[in-house]
Design a protein. Structure first.
Length: 650
């Protein structure tokens, strides 16, 4: 049977008893709050659409009253129109209409329309109301008698708006469909009002006011709705006439929103939700049956206000989502705490401890528990944490002991290997020479033998001194005696010490340093040893007659000392190992490039000493090499590191 852990059973119990009921309650609450919010938004939009429709209607009635007071009830206008009894023939009207757009401004026919007293009165009316894009007046025959601008034609009697306003001579206020007026070049609401004789009541003319729809609507009061809305003016057939200040390019049935259903504007004012999630409400604009004592006729329009449900319900959605999120977070926290207590509290830590122990047992002493130990502060320090800390400490001690033993064994093996060769040869030579010189009385031979034994003894002393410098317990290896060091004087000492060897190889040793080089804080003897080792290596690996260069300069807060030779370079395979103790190169043919000491392999401690002493100063040593030679670079700070400067010895 498959085992089911207690942790799994606990999680299933929490989900069944607590998480699922809370989640169902939260979802029901969220759905209900969104439904109520949508209804509230719809009712608010409906009230706003009705308010805008009423404002539109009242303003249209106000414009009609203004025209009636200014023109239709003006006796001077009546007298002016009463004199116009001349009716041109249809042939004359046709010819005049064709020539009308191209007539000169001073042509009698055109000036007789634009320069009359009535035209000047129309201009005054237009200046008083900037939304009036154009005003024209016709006589009882439909012939143009006054206008604020050049119209598209002279005869208006064949126009639909004129025929509706004339109404067979009975006259009525007529509002045609919204459209684009060619002469005034605006989208307009046209208001056509009959002009009656003051005494007889007979219709003697028609006045048509072209109202700039965009300018006029901007003067209407804007409904106060707390969400971004799109306002549209729509006909009953669904044709969108106006959309947020932008007229439609063509009069064609249009959908309010993208979706399979068109705008539904037939029926009472109400609100609906479109398939793509927008809420829109309608408000009907109906002309009154009577406007200023005249019968009124026109098309009923509908104001449509549309709001994105996402924006309109953002606050409701935000509140419901906040509550839902808080509930979900509570559920997740309960489950997370349960999982945490069972997983990170005990199970995972014990598993990690066991895994680390197995890896250590297999020989990986670098493994530790601490880097992988998580949430220790949240769970608190307990017995498992103490066990892990003790385990890491124990493995650390074991690794240090192992590394110490391994290092000691490596040094011992190298020492035995090197000493077996380096010590045996000089000692054997000295012992053999003493036996040879014991029975000789030749002074020259004795002097030569003593000199050779002295050279071999010097070789033994060099090996011993180099090894003492690297021994960890040797005081000279670590104790730093800082003082003010003049690099120029230090390089002169190196020059004098190495000059006999340079002269023997017929080489040149060039020292390049500025006269105003600053003093630095350093250990004089260790720094001299480091530079001298580099110079001696350069002398050794450069051919006879070559030039060895020493350069010293300041770079910011550092001092740079470079030693350049003209040797054959360092093999790529040897480069990673040249600073390791007892490493003297893999190719014996490159150990010396001159006649003196040809092919003589060194002990392999010189560069190790250089790096060790430079690091003690807080610096670093690097090199570049090629077939034309090598350059070793020592970079030291002008002052010792703070950790060493605090305990420096003068």
């Amino acid at each position: 049977m498959r085992r089911v852990s207690i942790r799994t059973k606990l999680v299933l119990l929490l989900v069944t008893v607590a998480a699922l009921p809370m989640l169902v309650a939260l979802l029901i609450f969220t759905a209900r709050s969104r439904s109520l919010g949508t209804e509230s938004v719809g009712q608010t939009l409906t009230a706003a659409a009705r308010a805008r429709a009423l404002a539109f209607q009242l303003n249209l009635v106000g414009e009609a009253d203004k025209l009636q007071v200014a023109l239709a009830h003006d006796t001077a206008v009546h007298r002016f129109l009463d004199k116009r009894h001349y009716q041109r023939s249809m042939e004359e009207l046709k010819i005049l209409d064709e020539r009308w757009p191209t007539l000169a401004r001073n042509h009698p026919s055109l000036s007789g329309v634009l320069d009359t007293p009535l035209s000047r009165q129309l201009h005054l009316l237009q200046e008083d109301d900037p939304s009036l894009a154009e005003i024209m007046v016709t006589d009882r025959f439909g012939q143009l008698v006054a206008s604020t601008g050049r119209t598209t034609d002279f005869y208006q009697g064949d126009e639909e708006w004129w025929q509706w306003a004339w109404n067979g001579g009975e006259g009525q206020v007529y509002v045609p469909p919204i459209g684009y007026d060619e002469s005034s070049r605006v989208w307009s609401v046209d208001l056509c009002v009959p002009i009656r004789h003051a005494e007889t009541g007979e219709v003697v003319g028609i006045v048509k006011a072209v109202i700039d729809l965009s300018s006029w609507l901007h003067r209407l009061p804007v409904e106060i709705v707390p969400w971004p809305t799109t306002a549209l003016l729509v006909q009953r057939d669904g044709t969108v006439l106006y959309r947020q200040g932008m007229m439609t390019a063509e009069s064609q049935p249009s959908s309010l929103l993208k979706g399979p259903r068109p705008i539904i504007v037939n029926g009472p004012d109400t609100w609906r939700v479109s398939p793509n999630g927008c809420i829109y409400a309608t408000g009907t604009i109906s002309l009154p049956e009577n406007m200023g004592g005249e019968k009124a006729e026109g098309i009923d329009w509908v104001v449509v206000l549309c709001a994105s449900s996402a924006e309109a319900l953002a606050e409701v959605h935000g509140l419901s989502m906040t509550i839902l999120l808080i509930g979900l977070i509570a559920i997740v926290l309960i489950l997370a705490i349960a999982l945490y207590l069972s997983e990170y509290g005990v199970t995972r830590r014990v598993r990690l401890l066991a895994q680390t122990a197995r890896e250590v047992a297999q020989g990986d002493l670098s493994r530790r528990i601490a880097p992988h130990w998580k949430h220790k502060k949240l769970t608190g320090f307990d017995e498992i944490d103490a066990l892990a800390a003790d385990f890491d400490t124990m493995i650390g001690e074991i690794q240090r002991s192992y590394d110490t033993i391994k290092t000691a064994n490596d040094l011992k093996a190298n020492f035995i290997r090197i000493a077996g060769h380096e010590f045996r040869t000089p000692v054997s030579y000295i012992l053999g020479m003493t036996r040879l010189l014991r029975d000789t009385h030749d002074a020259d031979r004795l002097l030569h033998g003593v000199q050779m034994m002295g050279a071999k003894a010097k070789r033994l002393d060099d090996i011993t001194q180099a090894m003492f410098k690297l021994m960890p317990e040797a005081p000279y290896a670590h104790a730093m005696q800082y003082s003010d060091v003049a690099i120029k004087e230090l390089l002169e000492e190196v020059y004098l010490d190495s000059f006999p060897f340079v002269e023997r190889r017929h080489q040149k040793l060039v020292v390049n340093i500025s006269s105003d080089f600053p003093l630095i804080r350093a250990d004089h003897y260790k720094l001299r040893d480091a530079v001298e080792n580099l110079v001696m290596n350069a002398v050794k690996f450069s051919p006879d007659g070559a030039t060895v260069a020493i350069k010293a300069r300041r770079e910011g807060d550092n001092v740079v000392i470079e030693v350049t030779d003209e040797g054959v370079g360092i093999l790529p395979a040897d480069q990673p190992h040249i600073f390791e103790p007892f490493f003297s190169g893999s190719d014996v043919m490159k150990h010396s490039t001159g006649e003196a000491d040809f092919q003589k392999r060194g002990l392999g401690l010189g560069l190790t000493v250089v790096r060790h002493f430079v690091v003690l100063h807080g610096g670093k040593v690097t090199f570049t090499t090629s077939s034309a030679g090598s350059t070793f670079r020592i970079e030291l700070p002008l002052s010792p590191p703070p950790s060493q400067a605090a305990g420096e010895v003068e």
